[in-house]
Design a protein around this ligand. Sequence first.
Ligand code: ZN
Length: 451
Amino acid sequence: MLQLFDTATQKITPLTMRDPGIVGLYVCGPTVYGPAHVGHGRALLTYDILRRFLEYTGLAVRHVSNITDIDDKIINLARAENRPFLAVAQEWEARWWATMDKMGVLRPTATPHATAYVTEMIDLIASLIDRDFAYATDDGVYLRAGRVPHYGLLSHQSIEDRRAGARVELGEHKEDPIDFVLWKIAKPGEPTWPSPWGEGRPGWHTECVVMSLALLGEGFDLHGGGQDLIFPHHDNERAQATANGQHFARHWMHNGLVTVAGEKMSKSLNNFTTLDELLEHCDPRSYRLLVARAHYRSPLEVNATTIESAASSLARIDALVRRLGEIVPLAPSEEADGLRQRFVTAMENDLDSPSAVAEIFEAVRRANSLSDLGDLAAARALTDMVQELLGALGIEVHGSEVVDSDVADLVARRDLARLDRDFAASDLLRAELEALGWVVEDTPAGTRVHR
Ligand SMILES: [Zn+2]
């Protein structure tokens, strides 16, 4: 069973399931007004690896991730571009999914949009007012955070500490600086929905609590997001559910942030590179391997050196698979089973993917030496397991490439020349293939080419 660090208890505890065999996972999704950056990619890959691993161990995953399609930033961009806010949101959402597809990230099983849940959000806010946990002022509705039991449970800050650090923005009329907005009364020219408190729109924290509970139900298993969402977003989601007497997520997971040359990457600092820019320079598998090689709670340094190091590791695996690709039929092997067990044990220990990946690379070294020693069956069984386990992390291995018939003909002629021990002809054919841009390798199964 997967043991996972829980942000609320600060302990590694089993991820228990409310419904046996099905993991209910909610991950905060994007506000769609700009390109996905490398930091988004780390979070997406972390939860994609988690989901694929859970599925690999035979569990089903209900993976809900929202789309924030109404927000100040979307409204501001729409105003600057003089078009409807939904046109902005829809365009950037389409681009978001196109990037995710390129990254090989599985689509969530449900992707609720904030604008489709406004009625439910109004219902929650009305209920919170009834329960005396929320109040309306002339600029909006606020939650009385100080009344919520264990407010700040996830960020581990006392209400007094929060209050000392809180600021009231100009135009906010709240009872206590730590109170947060549930409903914003519209300013002129903003998109609005009618509500008992006036025309306006819901706050971001209200969106996620409503949509996670609507689609996963009370006491769902796991809520995830980046460490930058712990406060205020996740503490405020939890506060609303708690104030409303509802059981919320039972386990909280947060991934570490991305640094570039040691600095936190964020849109507001304007130092991000987009995922699309990154993918122009690297195989999406390299970024995935880089993410898997770091522990998900640690900061991750993304730069040309770390990406290239991941790329060269992948090249070693691709080369092994080309070498052993189709020689002998798969035979069961104790060594391969042992590898799988060590991989699963590492992943179940708070998703220790660095150790799991190290096991895979140790097996690659071992399979190469088995092959050198001529034990092709054992090498192949281990290589098959390497491919299977990389698949559980979402990394596809590139073995022999599909080649056109002219290239296949050159390869076949070279194999015949080698059988005849006509090395002059074999060298000429190698040169011809290389001139066409192919890398030529000699393997026990004959000539292999790849780009
Ligand atoms: Zn959220």
